[in-house]
Design a protein around this ligand. Structure first.
Ligand SMILES: C[S@@+](CC[C@H](N)C(=O)[O-])C[C@H]1O[C@@H](n2cnc3c(N)ncnc32)[C@H](O)[C@@H]1O
Length: 287
C-alpha cells in the first residue's frame, strides 16, 4: 500500500505557492508565525513534518491572504519604530510615514524638556497606540495622554502599552476634544499630535487594498477629509501650554488646506513638512 508523503514545511510552502500565487516572502512570514520559527529556522528545519493543526491553520491564513486580508492582521503584528505592536481589525495598521511624525515630535519635545516642568503630550486618535506608546518608550520622562473615540482601539493601545512596557501613558475615551476640555484641573500639553482619519468620503481608495479591511472610522472623516484638522486647529489652543505645538499627519494633497487652517492666531509659526518619499505629509504649528 502506498502512503502519501508527509507534508514538510518546504513541501507545504511550495504547494501553497503554486495553489495561491502568493509571494514566497509572504508565505514564509505566515509559516514563521504558525511554527514559531524565524527565517533561519524555516531554512534549517525545512524538512521537518508540519503537524496537521499547523497545516490547516497555514492553509486558512494563506486563503485569507489570497483574498486580500492584510498580512499584519493575519499575524496580528506590525513593527513600528522598531517595536512589535499587536494589531487586529479593530485598529488601523500603523504606516511607516507615521514613524516620521514620532521623530518630529521627539525633536520638538526635546527642546521643551529643558524647561522645568514635566513635558506632556496628547495623541488624538491613538488607534493601536503606535504614536503614543513609541513616544512614551523613547522618552520615559514624558507624560503621554492617548485618546480615541473607539473603546476597541483603546483596548488595543492599552494592551500594547502593557506588552511593550510603557508606564507613562494614560488613556482617555473621547470624541475628539469632548472629554478633554473642561477637566478639573485643566489639561495642559506641550504638544498635541494626531494622525486623524483624513480620507474624503467616497474616495475610491477606501474600497481598495488593505483599506477594505481597516476600520472605516479610522480612515475617513465622513466628509471632505479636513474635519479633524478644523477641530484640532480650533480647540488645541485651549489645551496647550504657552509655546506649545500641534503636529498632524495628513493626506498627500492636503498640506496647503491644513496649513491654512493653522494660519490664524494664536498659531505663530506654521510649517509644512514632507515625508521621506518627498510627499507633503505633516504640518507643525506652534503657539
Ligand atoms: C488614522 S487612525 C490613526 C491611528 C494611530 N494613531 C496611527 O497613526 O496608526 C485614526 C484614529 O482616530 C480615531 N477616531 C476616529 N474618529 C474619532 C473621534 N471623533 N475622536 C477621537 N478619535 C477618533 C479612530 O478610531 C482611529 O483609531
Amino acid at each position: 500500500m502506498n502512503t502519501l508523503p508527509k507534508p514538510t514545511i518546504e513541501s507545504v510552502l511550495q504547494q501553497t505557492r503554486q495553489e495561491t500565487g502568493l509571494a514566497p516572502s509572504e508565505l514564509r512570514i505566515l509559516m514563521g508565525h504558525i511554527t514559531g520559527l524565524d527565517r533561519v529556522g524555516l531554512v534549517t528545519q525545512s524538512h521537518q513534518e508540519l503537524p496537521v493543526d499547523q497545516l490547516n491553520t497555514f492553509k486558512s491564513l494563506a486563503t485569507k491572504r489570497q483574498q486580500g486580508e492584510p498580512i499584519a492582521y493575519l499575524i496580528q503584528e506590525k513593527e513600528f519604530y522598531s517595536r512589535p505592536f499587536f494589531v487586529d481589525s479593530r485598529v488601523l495598521i500603523p504606516r511607516p510615514e507615521t514613524e516620521e511624525l514620532v521623530e518630529h515630535a521627539l525633536g520638538f519635545l526635546q527642546s521643551k524638556s529643558t524647561e522645568n516642568l514635566l513635558t506632556r503630550v496628547l495623541d488624538i486618535g491613538c488607534g493601536s497606540g503606535a504614536i503614543a506608546v513609541s513616544l512614551a518608550l523613547e522618552n520615559p520622562i514624558l507624560e503621554v495622554t492617548a485618546s480615541d473615540i473607539s473603546a476597541d482601539a483603546l483596548w488595543v493601545a492599552q494592551f500594547n502599552a502593557n506588552k511593550l512596557g510603557a508606564k507613562n501613558v494614560r488613556f482617555v475615551q473621547s470624541n475628539l476634544f469632548e472629554n478633554l476640555l473642561n477637566q478639573t484641573p485643566p489639561l495642559a500639553f506641550d504638544l498635541i499630535c494626531s494622525n486623524p482619519p483624513y480620507i474624503e468620503l467616497g474616495d475610491q481608495h477606501l474600497s481598495q487594498g488593505d483599506l477594505r479591511f481597516e476600520p472605516q472610522q479610522a480612515l475617513t472623516d465622513g466628509g471632505d477629509g479636513l474635519r479633524f484638522y478644523r477641530e484640532i486647529a480650533l480647540h488645541s489652543p485651549a489645551l496647550l501650554r504657552a509655546g506649545g505645538g500641534v503636529l498632524v499627519e495628513h493626506g498627500y494633497n492636503q498640506q496647503e488646506a491644513v496649513k491654512a487652517l493653522f494660519s490664524k492666531a494664536p498659531y505663530v509659526h506654521v510649517q509644512g513638512l514632507p515625508d521621506l518619499a518627498g510627499t507633503p505629509r505633516f504640518v507643525f504649528a506652534q503657539t
